[in-house]
Design a protein around this ligand. Structure first.
Ligand SMILES: *[C@@H]1O[C@H](CO)[C@@H](O)[C@H](O)[C@H]1NC(C)=O
Length: 332
């Protein structure tokens, strides 16, 4: 079933994007760089990467349609000037997690990574930059049943449901693959630029820590005080939330040219085709060359992807729906 869907999607993108160009070819990169875009394309993935690998990293299109059931946060706004540029890594420079770029491996767990990163950032920020706890992406991916359609967190999930579960049953600690940090480190190795063709399956949820962990599961649950979303498409509200409380989870539609991003301010090239929905972490904003407002965002495709793992996307125009579904919360 999955293969059939992927084949159809691949055909669609090859037919409508740039006639005859494989999106992992050098010609495609050259083509994009000849279009006068405000961003540069380059090679992030090996030439023989199948489109299904990129699709496998994303949430499925279907899961994006469910309407969020979180309360909205509204920040008092008296129209004061906001800074031209903001970077959460600088404002909260003692919070290590904000600087981290993760690697979700061959697994559609972007939603668990964006969520665990934002949760970890906020645990630190709201402890006066003292608590360096990392919330486990693995615990979210494996144990948030309500988050996934098919019970497998490697095939997409829903970040706002992960935030709800943060309030209700909490999550344990955990770092990257083989980090030996916390209760549940991530189970899969880094993989960009080379990886498996097929996604891994997420391990079954266990109410215990990994073998060898020094942490006791029952004592390692960390909860949220409240979780919420930001009023849709309101640029200033997103900025106020970032400045006041820290990084946020965002969602957007990935087009087939996005995988080539190197630097600059992303907006899809004309003729690009959607390949899926992605979940990422906004850590700031700015304006490149005084002309191109952007959101500063960390991806979870390794530091070797894009601009050392980060990208900028056009701000204020809801490009790819980036301002549609902003999720955040406050730790207990
Ligand atoms: C900003 O200027 C630099 C240098 O001219 C250029 O390479 C880059 O593409 C510009 N960025 C945008 C978003 O236009």
């Amino acid at each position: 079933m999955r293969l059939a869907f992927i084949t159809v999607a691949a055909v669609v993108s090859c037919t409508f994007a740039q006639p005859g160009l494989n999106i992992f070819s050098d010609e495609y990169i050259e083509f994009l760089n000849s279009q006068g875009l405000p961003w540069k394309a380059g090679r992030n993935f090996a030439k023989d990467t199948p489109l299904s690998h990129i699709q496998g990293l994303l949430n499925s299109l279907e899961t994006s349609s469910s309407p969020p059931e979180l309360e909205s946060m509204y920040h008092e706004d008296n129209g004061e000037d906001l800074p031209e540029e903001f970077d959460a890594r600088k404002k909260w420079s003692n919070c290590e997690s904000i600087r981290e770029i993760r690697d979700q491996s061959a697994c559609g767990s972007c939603w668990a990574f964006s969520s665990s990163s934002v949760m970890s950032d906020r645990v630190c920020i709201h402890s006066g930059q003292k608590n360096q706890l990392r919330i486990s992406a693995a615990d979210i991916m494996e144990c948030c049943d309500s988050c996934t359609d098919h019970g497998d967190g490697c095939f997409g999930g829903t970040a706002y449901l992960a935030f709800k579960q943060w309030v209700d049953s909490g999550f344990v600690s955990g770092g990257g693959y083989h980090s030996a940090y916390g209760c549940k480190p991530y189970p899969f190795p880094d993989c960009n630029p080379h990886c498996w063709v097929e996604n891994y399956d997420a391990p079954k949820c266990k109410n215990e820590c990994d073998k060898g962990s020094q942490v006791k599961y029952e004592k390692d649950k960390h909860y949220a005080k409240e979780v919420y979303m930001i009023i849709s498409k309101d640029e200033r509200q997103i900025q106020l939330e970032l400045i006041k409380n820290g990084p946020v989870v965002a969602h957007f539609t990935v087009y087939d040219d996005f995988q080539t991003y190197q630097n600059g301010v992303y907006t899809p090239a004309p003729g690009s085709e959607p390949v899926g929905r992605h979940s990422v972490r906004i850590i700031g904003w700015g304006t490149e060359n005084d002309t191109h407002p952007y959101w500063l965002i960390t991806n979870s495709w390794n530091k070797r992807w894009g601009d050392q793992g980060l990208f900028k996307i056009m701000r204020g125009k809801n490009v790819c729906g980036i301002e549609d579904q902003i999720i955040a919360g406050l730790p207990q």
